[in-house]
Design a protein around this ligand. Structure first.
Ligand SMILES: NC(=O)c1ccc[n+]([C@@H]2O[C@H](COP(=O)([O-])OP(=O)(O)OC[C@H]3O[C@@H](n4cnc5c(N)ncnc54)[C@H](O)[C@@H]3O)[C@@H](O)[C@H]2O)c1
Length: 316
């Protein structure tokens, strides 16, 4: 049994990860300040004696360090961040605080408490707009185009320095879009909300051709757990994803199909991006993670369909 800390544990991916970590018999401490995560998610595991939830703003480093002054962890899964890229685009302080400063707090906790193992949830947004080029992890000259991508990239830089200075063992995954049960926002929720208010018409941001890989959260949790069982010294960075991708128009088709909306007229707002800072197309080279023997079970379209089925259960 390992004693682990999950930051952002009441969020979408955190909730799915904690479910698996508890099922595997670990003792899990979870922190979240409910900026995006929900008390309902935090309460899901309250009957499990190995689960401890603490409502905390971890951007406040001093408070975070005080809270866990005498607690030692075998491993930290750092997922807390502002996951709403659009919202972050309206105010750069949001990603500085929730995406970057939270990472600094985690690294300080690890340094001061002599915690040696870290998993960090990074993102394809660190690469910026690569115009559809096949992206490998060792590509250089990265130019993130959103404050969110910038704050994750800065976090990776800080993690690299702390790794060297403190002999850490770190796994960094650059996730693509992740979807599945407990999802709280994003394109699928937007479409469902719009269709509920007008079942005949659907506004789609951009030209609908934005095409990205979507991974199902069970696949992601599976590879997080696998790759954090025995982490070698140093910092390993991996692209994570699926070989396929789904366009925004295809997502609209699947949402309408699964939720039973017929004859819907799509109205495109135009332009090739959904919003400023959005990367309309990207494609990963996944050789590095595939060489470990892991492969996602679900394709991008299947992930979208399964998530729509979950959303349907929630709205009915
Ligand atoms: N979902 C995706 O498609 C995706 C893609 C790439 C990377 N990621 C990264 O994976 C991680 C998890 O993503 P998610 O989709 O579950 O997002 P999420 O928003 O559901 O989870 C992040 C959690 O962090 C919490 N949080 C934010 N600031 C905090 C603070 N100052 N103190 C304490 N808690 C704080 C939020 O309340 C939220 O519950 C994030 O780091 C995100 O950037 C997600």
């Amino acid at each position: 049994m390992k004693k682990v800390l999950v930051t952002g544990g009441a969020g979408f991916i955190g909730t799915n990860l904690i479910k698996k970590l508890l099922a595997d018999g670990n003792e899990v401490y979870s922190v979240d300040n409910f900026t995006i995560g929900t008390p309902e998610h935090a309460a899901l595991f309250k009957d499990n004696n190995n689960y401890h939830f603490i409502e905390l703003n971890i951007d406040n480093t001093e408070e975070f360090l005080m809270k866990f002054k005498d607690v030692n962890f075998d491993m930290v899964y750092h997922l807390a961040a502002n996951s709403d890229i659009q919202k972050g685009g309206q105010d750069p302080r949001v990603d500085y605080r929730d995406t970057f400063s939270t990472t600094r707090s985690v690294l300080e906790l690890m340094r001061q408490n002599d915690i040696k193992k870290l998993f960090f949830a990074s993102t394809s947004a660190v690469y910026g707009d690569m115009s559809g080029e096949l992206i490998t992890e060792n590509i250089g000259n990265l130019k993130p185009i959103s404050y969110y991508g910038g704050a994750k990239f800065a976090s990776e830089g800080y993690i690299s320095a702390y790794t060297f200075m403190n002999d850490l063992s770190v796994v960094v995954f650059r996730f693509p879009n992740v979807i599945g049960p407990c999802l709280t926002h994003g394109v699928i929720h937007d479409f469902v909300k719009k269709l509920k208010s007008d079942p005949n018409k659907l506004e789609i941001l951009g030209d609908g051709h934005q095409t990205k890989p979507y991974i199902y959260v069970d696949d992601l949790v599976d590879v997080i757990v696998k790759m954090t069982e025995n982490i070698p010294k140093g910092m390993g960075i991996y692209n994570i994803g699926v070989d396929s991708a789904t366009s925004v128009t295809k997502i609209a088709d699947i949402v309408c199909d699964v939720l039973g909306y017929k004859g819907v007229t799509y109205k495109y707002t135009g332009g090739n991006v959904g919003w400023k800072g959005d990367v309309p197309k990207f494609q990963y080279n996944l050789d590095k993670i595939h060489k470990t023997g892991w492969r996602a079970k679900y394709s991008s379209d299947e992930a979208v369909r399964k998530t729509c089925e979950w959303v349907k259960e929630q709205v009915l």
